[in-house]
Design a protein around this ligand. Structure first.
Ligand code: HEC
Length: 235
């Protein structure tokens, strides 16, 4: 082989090693920091679905195949590819370009090195039981593994336990188990449902303060029928 050919082969090998799907320099620890941007919408705990599905065990599985996640877009459901380095790289670079019409409203990460680090982390975190191993390896803490999953509500004190809600003149009057009644402007109170095991106990909706001023709050119910039972129009 001529020197020229040798050099060319050497250069090709170098490029293949340096710029292949998983780079030698990819660092899951750095990637775990980048993952913070994903934790707003994803948890790594099995079956804990937020805006997006739990990513637990998804490595090597078909796109849009997470059980009990009913919010997939038609666009992602009709794909059929398997999640590993290459599709994740394209997805994280620009989800809308890779799967036009996806519901994942994430702008994308332009820097290839940053994506490489994140994928090195995801390879660990998206394995079955990935949350546990990522925490055990000190890559993330348990809070990050849960993502922005709501706080468990079952154990709130009587001042947060709603016993009745009446609406009158643009105002919700919220009665709590400590005997108090608090008025909220109707636009400052959000009615929500947390039907997961983190949600309030049946029949005991929770008053959760929101905002800095204390004039805003959410009431979290355990199911939709409870709203009808507890909210009345009465002046
Ligand atoms: C603003 C919320 C949001 C953010 C931020 C977000 N995602 Fe998503 N993600 C979603 C939603 C919603 C879906 C479902 C998309 C669909 O059905 O089209 C999804 C889907 C996915 C899927 C495919 C799941 C499956 O079952 O096939 C992967 C993988 C994924 N996201 C990884 C990430 C990673 C990694 C990040 C951070 C770089 C991230 N997401 C950031 C909301 C988000």
């Amino acid at each position: 082989m001529s020197t020229k050919h040798c050099l060319a082969l050497g250069a090709t090998l170098f490029i293949a090693v340096a710029f292949g799907p998983v780079h030698a320099g990819d660092n899951p620890k750095r990637g775990a920091k980048v993952y913070g941007a994903c934790a707003a919408c994803h948890s790594l705990e099995p079956n804990l679905h937020l805006t997006g599905p739990s990513l637990d065990g998804l490595w090597g599985k078909k796109a849009a195949s997470v059980a009990n996640f009913p919010r997939y877009s038609g666009a992602l459901k009709e794909q059929g590819f398997i999640w590993d380095e290459a599709p994740l790289n394209a997805w994280i670079a620009d989800p809308q370009a890779f799967v036009p019409g996806t519901y994942m409203t994430f702008r994308g990460i332009d820097d290839e090195k940053v994506r490489g680090d994140l994928i090195a982390f995801l390879k660990i975190a998206m394995a079955p039981g990935g949350a546990k191993s990522a925490v055990a390896q000190g890559l993330i803490n348990a809070e990050m593994a849960r993502g922005q999953a709501p706080e468990p509500l079952a154990t709130l004190g009587p001042d947060h336990q709603v016993t009745g809600i009446r609406h009158c003149q643009s105002t919700f009057f919220v009665a709590t188990a400590d005997g108090r009644q608090t008025p909220f402007w109707e636009m400052n109170l959000r009615l929500k449902i947390d039907s997961s095991s983190n949600g309030p106990k049946g029949g005991k909706p929770a008053l959760v303060p929101g905002g800095m001023q204390g004039d805003r709050a959410s009431i979290v119910f355990s199911d939709i029928e409870e709203i009808g039972r507890l909210v009345e129009r009465k002046c």
